[in-house]
Write a protein that binds this ligand. Structure first.
Ligand code: HPA
Length: 276
């Protein structure tokens, strides 16, 4: 049985044999944000199913492929479609692609997701930069034997959300007049949405957002020494209870689509900045 390290190396070699570029920046696209790939030139797409040791996304709203190309002339790798714990995989399995990104030379990862808004000042469609998280998922991707070649046994989480990236995006938001919110993301396993009492619990615990993804990827990115910035689009208001309505995936996608243009503009400016 190959070790995790050997599996990562094999997957990374499979990809680097097929792609002519080295990217320092990767973008992980969450629900409803697939349009981002339209702005990428010289695209090479590789489906997760074709990559050794990858598990495939079972969620219809996530397409499941890597896209290699250039954004404003800057080499980029996009993960179109992420994997979730609720699909039945362990968090170590769903974060394997993040390890492969690191092995390919990625240093900065921008992740996006949709979430429920717990902060009473947030409204549907708000774009929130995640500044911290509360991990209430029942699994940690670093559980088990640690391979020091991949990162330390006890990675510190004080700076899991990179302050220099947050500052950069804050200044982009101000410059192009797009309002950004800031908040703490609480992760639960899903896939059922939360009850009113659970949303209230999230509020009491100090969360501004609640969702079912991203935290395992952030932990692994931090473990492997990458810088992370997470954007979350509030797809449904979850607090106070009087603001709750029934939520469907279609509504989540519709709300995210309405704000995705603004998030794309922010990312466009970031890649223009990287180009210079
Ligand atoms: N809860 C959990 N995850 C979510 C939600 C929610 O209300 N909305 C979008 N993702």
């Amino acid at each position: 049985m190959p070790s995790l390290y050997e599996k990562i190396e094999e997957s990374a070699h499979y990809l680097s044999d097929r792609i002519p570029l080295v990217a320092k920046t990767a973008v992980v696209l969450g629900t409803g944000l697939g349009d981002f790939v339209d702005s990428i030139s010289n695209k090479i797409e590789i489906a997760y199913d074709d990559i050794p040791y990858f598990v495939v996304s079972t969620v219809q709203s996530h397409s499941g492929k890597f896209i290699f190309g250039y954004k404003s002339g800057v080499p980029i790798i996009v993960m179109a479609g992420r994997l979730h714990y609720y699909e039945g995989y362990s968090t170590a399995e769903i974060t394997f692609p993040i390890r492969v990104l690191k092995a390919l030379g990625v240093e900065n990862i921008i992740m996006t997701n949709a979430s429920g808004g717990i902060n009473a000042h947030f409204t549907e469609g708000d774009i929130v930069i995640v500044t911290d998280h509360i991990n209430l998922m029942p699994d940690n991707p670093l559980r088990g034997k640690n391979d020091e070649r991949l990162g330390p046994r006890f990675p510190d989480m004080l700076h899991a959300y990179d302050e220099s990236l947050i500052k950069k995006f804050h200044s982009i938001g101000e410059k192009i007049n797009i309002k950004l919110q800031y908040g703490v993301y609480l992760g639960l396993q899903g896939p059922s949405l939360e009850t009113p009492a659970e949303y209230r619990m999230a509020h009491i615990l100090g969360a501004d957002l609640v969702g079912m993804s991203t935290i395992p990827e952030v932990i692994v990115a931090k473990h492997s020494g990458m810088k992370v910035c997470v954007f979350s689009i509030v797809s449904n208001v979850c607090f106070p209870k009087s603001a709750l309505t029934e939520t469907t995936l279609e509504e989540v996608i519709m709300v995210v689509n309405r704000s995705s243009g603004k998030l794309m503009e922010i990312l466009d400016h970031y890649f223009e900045f990287l180009k210079d």
